[in-house]
Design a protein around this ligand. Structure first.
Ligand code: SF4
Length: 409
């Protein structure tokens, strides 16, 4: 029988966020600031051998072993209550041997972490400065966000977001590599980070690479030669491709990327899918005010590929709230949303190449669109502030993307 509380990730998973903080996983966003205060960064702690002694890890483990839901894992428990497949359930299935051990009573509060799954958010070194990204994902946005959000970034922030440059970290991680099954790399832009390529080479030299499946979240503005040399030595490679639209709308959001380059890389990836040892390549789209109307065009574009998935994963933008779909005035938004709903209907009935979890995103977006119907007038002021700020510095114009907005600016 399935356990309703326990999660393998508390026993078999290393997660370091963009600032190098140890956290339970990428999904434990509930009370994140409190978690950070109770955690430590890899720069402070230096060692990977004592993570199981962190007090919040002990607290969550204790609750799980006692059948109690911990608040830091609310995201998963709430999803499950709504009938949505949670990250907890996905990982319990993926690491079924560890899960079976835990539910048969073999898990202990003081167990050392087993490094089966390593998830690293490699600071904020990125070649892009996408309109909706936080400074934690791209250092290029710091100056803009200081103006737009009145935020000041401390010297600790700058130091912490460079955590992945610590050689000792990689050497320490290598000592745990006999247990590795899955490595997830995100940034910033992970394909730009030389430290990861060097580390992957060491895994090949050590003879453990064939046990490991690699996962990347990449903007695919580059496809380095090293990928051809290194990826075939691993079990398989899975790519989440951050692409929000095609052509002009793409360039508007993901400045200063060029659509022609990304288009070439996607075609190259599709052609060399097997040579590169790819298992899956799926486009992840952050759905927001700028691109909700462009999704049908993106889906039509993707339908030409042989191996890249034909439907993007549509992830609703939650932050910054100023760029969410509901900021577009209702009268403009409604017409386009009808087209988007048609695409979503097709996506929900499509035979996805990989797994039921993708439907979570489709269903979530459908309910979100339904909720939008009942909301009253849109507050467009913050949207205007962000849009005008970036339009000015980038010499772009929102009216080329959504001409109807002319009457509102
Ligand atoms: S229960 Fe969910 S939030 Fe908690 S560690 Fe597991 S996957 Fe992460």
């Amino acid at each position: 029988m399935k356990n309703k509380v326990i999660c393998t990730l508390l026993w078999n998973h290393l997660y370091l966020n963009n600032e190098g903080y140890f956290l339970p996983c990428c999904n434990s966003n509930e009370k994140i600031e409190e978690l950070k205060k109770r955690s430590t960064t890899i720069l402070e702690n230096k060692s990977l051998d004592n993570i199981h002694t962190l007090d919040f890890i002990k607290e969550i483990r204790t609750d799980m072993l006692n059948g109690k839901k911990n608040i830091f894992c609310n995201q998963c428990y709430e999803a499950e209550e709504k009938g949505i497949l949670s990250y907890r359930e996905i990982n319990n299935d993926l690491f079924s041997d560890t899960y079976k051990e835990l539910i048969s009573g073999l898990g202990d509060l003081n167990d050392k972490l087993k490094f089966e799954y390593v998830d690293l958010r490699l600071g904020n070194t990125c070649n892009l400065s996408c309109r909706m990204c936080p400074a934690e994902s791209s250092s290029n946005l710091i100056k803009d966000l200081e103006v737009l959000e009145g935020r000041t970034f401390t010297s600790d922030f700058f130091k912490n977001t460079n955590w992945y440059k610590e050689e000792n970290f990689w050497n320490n991680l290598l000592t745990h590599s006999d247990s590795f099954k899955k490595i997830y790399l995100a940034g910033g832009e992970p394909l730009l980070i030389n430290e990861t390529w060097d580390f992957l080479l060491k895994l090949i030299e050590k003879g453990v690479s064939k046990n490991i499946t690699l996962y990347y979240s990449t903007n695919l503005t580059i496809l380095p030669k090293k990928a051809y040399e290194i990826w075939p030595h691993f079990k398989k490679v899975n790519l989440s491709l951050s692409i929000d639209a095609t052509e002009e709308t793409y360039e508007y959001i993901r400045f200063p990327a060029k659509w022609s380059k990304v288009d070439l890389n996607l075609k190259e990836l599709d052609k060399k899918f097997h040579e590169l040892n790819i298992e899956s390549a799926v486009v992840y789209t952050t759905i927001q005010a700028y691109n909700y109307a462009s999704i049908p065009k993106l889906v039509a574009y993707l339908s030409e590929f042989s191996f890249i998935d034909h439907y993007p994963i549509l992830n609703i933008l939650r932050s910054p709230d100023s760029l969410a779909i509901d900021k577009i005035p209702k009268e403009i938004r409604h017409r386009e949303v009808r087209e988007l709903k048609k695409v979503l209907f097709k996506a929900s009935t499509a035979d996805y190449k990989s797994k039921k979890w993708k439907l979570n995103f489709v269903n979530e977006l459908i309910s979100y669109i339904e909720e939008l119907k009942s909301e009253s007038t849109s507050n467009i002021e913050d949207f205007k502030k962000y849009t005008v700020h970036f339009d000015k510095s980038r010499k772009q114009s929102i009216f080329n993307i959504i001409p109807e907005l002319k009457n509102y600016f």
